[in-house]
Every structure is written in C-alpha cells, then in structure tokens.
Design a binder for this molecule. Structure first.
Ligand SMILES: [Fe+2]
Length: 467
C-alpha cells in the first residue's frame, strides 16, 4: 500500500523562537512545564544526501505550557557535525547509514581516533544541571532549555570511554541515579553499565561484561535490582567497521542461530546473575521490566528479525513504501536461579514508541501502555493507542491522513490513578501540510486540545517532559 506522508521525511529549515501557538480546545491549567522533542530535520547537504531516517541532522522542538497557553521554539542542534557541514558544504562525519565522500584513510582516521558524529538526534535528558541531546555515538551535546541554543559538547566528570551507547538512559528513583551503558570495542569488547548520581556528572561503572561479539541494542531494561541487557543476535563487526570505513549499518550482521540472550546484572553487586537464551528477535524499545515472585518480567516491542532497520531508508519511505515490519508486544518471564524463559504475546495490536507512567510505574507492575499503532493494520503508524494490560482492552485516537508521533504521558499533580494526566503527541496533518500538538485526556483517551504549528515537522524520535 502506498501512503503519502511526504512531509514526514522532508527537510525543515525554518527555526522560530518563542511564538504563541493558536489553540483549539482547552489546555489544562495545571499543565505547567516543557516538552522537548528531538528528531532529524535536514536530510541533505548541498547535493549530498543522507540515506536513512536515522541520519538526518538533529532539530530540537520545545513546547512550553503555562496558564493554558503554549509557546513554541525550534532550533537545529549546532554541534561539531552541524558546524562542519556549514563550513564545508559537505557531509563530514559518518552517520548510521551514510558515509562522507572523503577518502577511505580519512574515514578510518575518524573511526580510529573516535571522532564520532555528535548529530544527537534521538532523545534528550538532564545530567547534573545540564540538558543534553543524545544519539548512539558517545558525544552528548548540551543545550539551553529556554532558547534551545546549543551550548557545546557535554563533558562527563570522568574518563570513561567507549564506542557505542544508547539514547535511552533509565532513571532509578530509589537511588536517584541515571543508568546507562556504553559498549567498548576491542579484541574482547565489553558492555559497561554505569550510574550517575542525580545532580552530578560522573559515571560510576557498575559492571563490565566482556563480550566476543557486541550486539546492537537501542535500549535496555531495568527492574528495582537489575539491569537487563537484551542482546539480540544483531552483531557488530567492529574491526570491519574500523577498517572499511563503511556505514555503521553495513557492519551489523543478523545471526539468528545465536538466539536472543537476556543478561541480568545485579545493580548493587555488578554481578551477572542471569543469562537466558530464547528464540531470536530484535527490538528497539523495552516497555517496562519488573520483578515478581523470583521472575524478572520483560515487556518489549519484539520484531521477528532486524529487517525493520533496512525498511527505514529515506528513498524507500519517500516513495510511499511504508509497509514496515510489524512487531509483537511480548512479555518474557525469566526465572532467576534457572535458565528458564517463557513468553507470550501481551497485546494483539502492535505498539511502537511505547510510553508508560514512568515516574509511578517504571520497574513496577503496571497497567497502561501508550504508543503508536496502525489503523487497519496497514503497517505504518497512523493512530495512537492506550492498552490496558489487565483488561486487554484498547482505546484509540485516529484521524485519517493524520500521523501522530510518540505519545508522552504527563501525570496530573497529585494524581492517584496510573492514567490520570494527559498525553502529548506531535501530529502531521498531510492534507493541510502542517503539524499540531495534540493533547488527549489520558484516562478517556479523548482529545481535549490541539495547538497548531505554522509548518509541518518531520517525523521525530523521542520527547521528554520537564516540570
Ligand atoms: Fe528509541
């Protein structure tokens, strides 16, 4: 099926600062904070083109809520990568699926000396007092949360190094620390799990797990006591990557014969306490993980293989070839003390860009998942879904020719119920060629307001709400 969502993959050049958005409906007065979204927004440099949706140059978008009004700013993230293309008019740094047209020795030099791209287009978070944009290469870029102006490269207060990380850190509310991991390529590579105490910038290594073939993992799971690395059989060949100077994606190899492995790491001792093998699958996003009666439960958006990655080349998407592989929402039970894994399908509908009431429910048993899904199963996300795990029931928001992005749950102050709050999602309207911020009542999943933007915004990655 051909679907025209051209605007979603088109370069946006306009930057605007602090404009008041026209609103239809009523924005809740209690909503007082800022939604910051990240995503690729420039897909060519002169005559040179980026190949993949993950390659485009990062743009930050800010929606500020105050007294029922919404103000809006968007600005390119101007790190080294952005500055280099302005200075040279060419692509200088390798991205996920695009390499610069420079010589092979130059590309090998960039990799060997860890001159990674800082095109941090995937997500945002706060470390210490700094707001930072993140991608899967190690450099983080700091920005001003008011103006969205780029402040420069973010420096951790330590000497930890590595080659590949995630833009999906987790936050441990008990210990008040941020958790993430970084993979270091070597003859024996390693996954290095670290924590950063709230208010500080120093990474403390919790555990270093040696690994023969490092896997590509976009996110990881966490429970009260454990970090879960879900090691898909999509392995990186670091030496091939280094020596051929080829795009990162061309050095990922799907080896289903290895199956998928859940590595369970104790957050306190740093010990590997579980190593569970199951059938091969691939995922970008963990939904939530928690412990229950000696089991570690992992809810995850599971694809039967890694072909989803190759389905996101821009030339394919722009031709309207949007029949992407659809994932299953699976729950895995990992029985600690044994190697037993059982699994079942949690949701009959697919859900991507899964979000939960993170503050209240992350690492705990929970009931509601929000995400994007596909109307009439046409394979491309065009509706929002709220899934109730207990009752196996669904609520939807759908409007023809409108394409919503990741739904972010914001709890109402003093809320008791898990779903008391609102959902914020940026939607592309392909008929009117613009975007709007949609606000849904999270309980009823009905629309309560929308705020219109002056132009269409390309499909983005992830957003975070800051009080
Ligand atoms: Fe992601």
């Amino acid at each position: 099926m051909k679907i025209n969502v051209e605007q979603g993959f088109k370069t946006l050049v306009q930057e605007v600062e602090n404009i008041l958005l026209p609103v239809e409906g009523k924005v809740p007065e209690w909503l007082s904070g800022t939604l910051i979204r990240n995503g690729p927004a420039k897909f060519e440099v002169g005559k040179e083109k980026y190949n993949h949706l993950f390659d485009g140059l990062a743009m930050l978008y800010k929606f500020s809520f105050r007294n029922g009004k919404i103000s809006y700013t968007n600005r390119f993230l101007k790190g080294h990568t952005f500055k280099s293309i302005i200075e040279t008019g060419r692509i200088v740094y390798p991205e996920f699926a695009t390499i610069p047209k420079s010589s092979l020795p130059h590309r090998i030099f960039l990799n060997a000396t860890r001159h990674f791209t800082d095109n941090a287009s995937v997500n945002v978070t706060k470390i210490g007092e700094s707001y930072i944009a993140m991608t899967e290469t190690p450099p983080r870029v700091e920005f001003d949360p008011d103006s969205l102006r780029t402040l420069g490269r973010f420096h951790y207060g330590d000497q930890v190094t590595g080659h590949l990380t995630t833009a999906h850190p987790q936050f441990d509310y008990d210990k008040k620390e941020l958790i993430n991991y970084i993979t270091r390529f070597s003859l024996t590579s390693s996954y290095n799990i670290y924590s950063i105490k709230q208010g500080t910038t120093k990474r403390q290594i919790i555990s270093s797990i040696p690994v023969k073939q490092p896997a590509y993992m976009h996110s990881f799971g966490m429970t009260k006591n454990y970090v879960i690395l879900t090691e898909f059989p999509l392995f990186i060949d670091p030496f091939r990557l280094l020596l051929t100077g080829s795009p990162f994606v061309d050095n990922l190899f799907w080896k289903p014969e290895y199956g998928t492995t859940f590595l369970i790491i104790d957050k306190n001792s740093g010990k590997l306490v579980g190593n569970f093998k199951c059938e091969p699958f691939f995922a970008f996003h963990h939904i939530n993980c928690f412990e229950d009666m000696g089991n570690v439960i992992v809810d995850i958006v599971s694809y039967k293989d890694s072909s989803i990655i190759k389905s996101m080349y821009l030339n394919k998407l722009r031709q309207g070839d949007l029949l992407l592989p659809t994932p299953e929402i699976r729950r895995y039970y990992l029985e600690l003390g044994s190697n037993k894994v059982t699994t079942h399908i949690l949701s009959k509908d697919f859900i991507e860009f899964p979000r939960i009431n993170y503050r209240k429910c992350n690492t705990k048993n929970y009931n509601y998942v929000y995400g994007v899904s596909a109307h009439k199963s046409n394979g491309f996300s065009n509706k929002l879904v709220k899934f109730c795990i207990k009752s196996k029931s669904y609520k939807y928001w759908y409007k023809e020719n409108n394409f919503p992005g990741e739904p972010v749950f914001v709890p109402m102050p003093g809320a008791c119920g898990e779903d008391e709050g609102v959902i914020l999602s940026l939607v592309i309207d392909t008929i009117n060629c613009n975007s709007y911020l949609l606000i849904l009542d999270a309980t009823s999943f009905s629309e309560i307001a929308r705020a219109y933007l002056p132009f269409a915004i390309p499909f983005g990655s992830h957003s975070q709400y800051f009080e």
